[in-house]
Design a protein around this ligand. Structure first.
Ligand SMILES: [Zn+2]
Length: 256
């Protein structure tokens, strides 16, 4: 069974027993699972989700009155955004069994915003579902982590912003097009996915095609170190000096 299906099945069981928790941290980049989970939580027509009902369709479009998605306002998630979110959770739900709050890039919560949110995580209003999404657990305040259940998302496959060959070309040339920042960010994201696939291939538990990985000559430790640096660059992709970052990455991947 694919890791993604395991997560969905796990939540299907929780749903059938009516014991879906209220606060979760999802670690990873795979938003499609979150979308499916939100459908599952809200769909009353199926034990999983039906993709047909009003609620499922609204969630597919991320436009549902009982769903709020918070993401960084430019570089951070600010206290005002969290105040709104807390207010949203305190309201009654209109159409769904639960009100769902998703905080994307929750590593970008300011300390103020995070502190404001602690009480809500501690004692969430009835029928709340709070999902914090972050690429890496280490970037989240321990006080937040301790209040949430943790779910590791499998990396999304087949959704590379850049193909393997494009990634290889960019590693070699460092030429990012006119939308440099966006291009760079997609490049880093794709590189993370490819490297993660390589790690899984090397550990021998992968159903990936060889094409999904970069086949770099790196050992396990080196791959982990490279991934850590890639996450750092990815989180700072809006501000980082792309040339310097690219040189660091090439050094880590030993492809100078
Ligand atoms: Zn449905």
């Amino acid at each position: 069974m694919k890791p993604e299906e395991k997560i969905i099945n796990y939540f299907t069981i929780l749903k059938s027993k009516k014991i879906i928790g209220s606060s979760y941290i999802f670690i990873g980049n795979n938003f499609s699972i979150i979308n499916r989970l939100l459908k599952l939580i809200n769909c009353t027509d199926s034990s999983r989700f039906c993709n047909q009902c009003w609620s499922c369709k609204r969630i597919e479009d991320l436009h549902h009155p009982d769903l709020l998605i918070v993401k960084p306002d430019q570089t951070s998630i600010k206290i005002n955004q969290l105040r709104e979110a807390v207010h949203f959770l305190s309201r009654k739900s209109y159409y769904s069994p639960k009100k769902s709050l998703i905080i994307k890039d929750s590593q970008k919560l300011t300390d103020q915003a995070a502190n404001l949110f602690l009480k809500t995580l501690e004692e969430p209003p009835n029928n709340s579902f709070i999902g914090l999404i972050c690429p890496k657990l280490e970037d989240i305040l321990p006080t937040i982590i301790s209040r949430c259940r943790k779910i590791y998302l499998p990396y999304s496959k087949g959704k590379l912003g850049k193909s393997r060959d494009e990634v290889k070309d960019l590693l070699r040339t460092g030429y990012f097009g006119s939308k440099k920042r966006k291009d760079f960010s997609l490049f880093i994201e794709s590189l993370i996915i490819l490297l993660h696939n390589q790690l899984k291939n090397n550990m021998g538990y992968s159903d990936n095609q060889p094409d999904d990985s970069l086949s770099l000559d790196l050992n396990f430790e080196e791959t982990i170190v490279a991934l850590e640096d890639l996450f750092k660059v990815y989180n700072a992709a809006g501000n980082v000096n792309t040339n310097l970052a690219l040189n660091l990455i090439k050094m880590r991947l030993r492809c100078n």
